[in-house]
Design a protein around this ligand. Sequence first.
Ligand SMILES: NC(=O)c1ccc[n+]([C@@H]2O[C@H](COP(=O)([O-])OP(=O)(O)OC[C@H]3O[C@@H](n4cnc5c(N)ncnc54)[C@H](OP(=O)(O)O)[C@@H]3O)[C@@H](O)[C@H]2O)c1
Length: 349
Amino acid sequence: MEKMMGERRSKAVFLKAYPAGMPAESDFVESDFEVSAPGPGEMLCRTVWMSVDPYMRGRMRPDVKSYIPPFSLDRPLEGGAVSEVVESNIDGFAPGDYVVDFLGGWKEYYVSKGERTQKVDPGMAPLSAYLGVLGMPGLTAWSGVTQILKPKEGETMFVSGAAGAVGSVVCQLGKAKGCRVIASAGSKEKCDWLEKVAGVDVALNYKDYKNAAELTKALAEAAPKGVDCYFENVGGMHLEAALNCIALGGRMAWCGMIAQYNNKEAEPGPPNLINVVGRGVMIRGFIVSEYMDKVMEFAMEVAPLLAQGKIKFQESVYEGLGKAPEAFIGLFKGENFGKAVVRVGPDRI
Ligand SMILES: NC(=O)c1ccc[n+]([C@@H]2O[C@H](COP(=O)([O-])OP(=O)(O)OC[C@H]3O[C@@H](n4cnc5c(N)ncnc54)[C@H](OP(=O)(O)O)[C@@H]3O)[C@@H](O)[C@H]2O)c1
């Protein structure tokens, strides 16, 4: 464990400019910033793993009002991280502890007040899993499934973005609850993993379908009784196909619409929204922070499934802080498989 007194400089990634359309590596710059010694009620942390997540793209649009403020161009970027406590003036946090928080991403060192910070147990799972299946994406998946979709045994569930951090957990929770699960992802390799490892009933490679009509046909064949539960991660033709195939009394959990995050113009809504009326569909959008008070319930359900090997997960690991922009941009190009994480430093120094 590292001992460090006084001030120091830390490497960090900053936004050079707000991206227009698809982000480029030239929108980011690595620089350093001063990290002060932790004062009373503060601790110094060293980032070990950082997360890249699609929601960060929304924080790169200063003109759009959102549930979370935009990133500043003058400060290091921030985001989910697993970090080691180096020095602590906060009761309950000691040097050598590992913590997960929403500050430590995109930098090597930082001072934290311990807000929205949880200690994590390195003995229970690999540290990076606290950014994926046991972290924010896992809680998102669990919340959408158990608090919104509430699937019943024998029902059919459709999941878009199914090989990603959220979608892969949704699929496996759907199977654990006795559903027929239809998954959609963007490559043969991802679809093979979904069927052979995650255990979904049918995985559709959406890149094989030119438009919503073609995807609808494939989905209708895979879900002959209709889709009872749709977990929405993508939008666009996935939503249109889901609306075409939704069963009477179907439910939709709208988690995200990644297909439109880099659009320069607003996208028109699907032309078949009227199906919501005739089929009595319930649509509920959500942000994971709404369910933070359920985190123990989530851990009690998902951690044992993980320990028993009933939930499998996949990671795309990028080595070094300098790879963070590439890892982030890869989210919008389907280059990650499962959770994308960046190893910023070794577990221990
Ligand atoms: N509401 C919340 O609180 C909350 C929390 C976490 C995440 N989310 C949302 O959940 C969704 C999934 O997040 P995640 O963390 O699990 O990301 P992820 O799946 O790990 O990464 C993004 C994946 O989305 C797919 N994708 C990218 N562009 C696409 C496009 N144009 N059309 C279809 N698929 C596309 C890619 O996979 P393919 O190879 O399959 O294309 C890519 O790998 C996102 O919409 C995100 O914003 C919401």
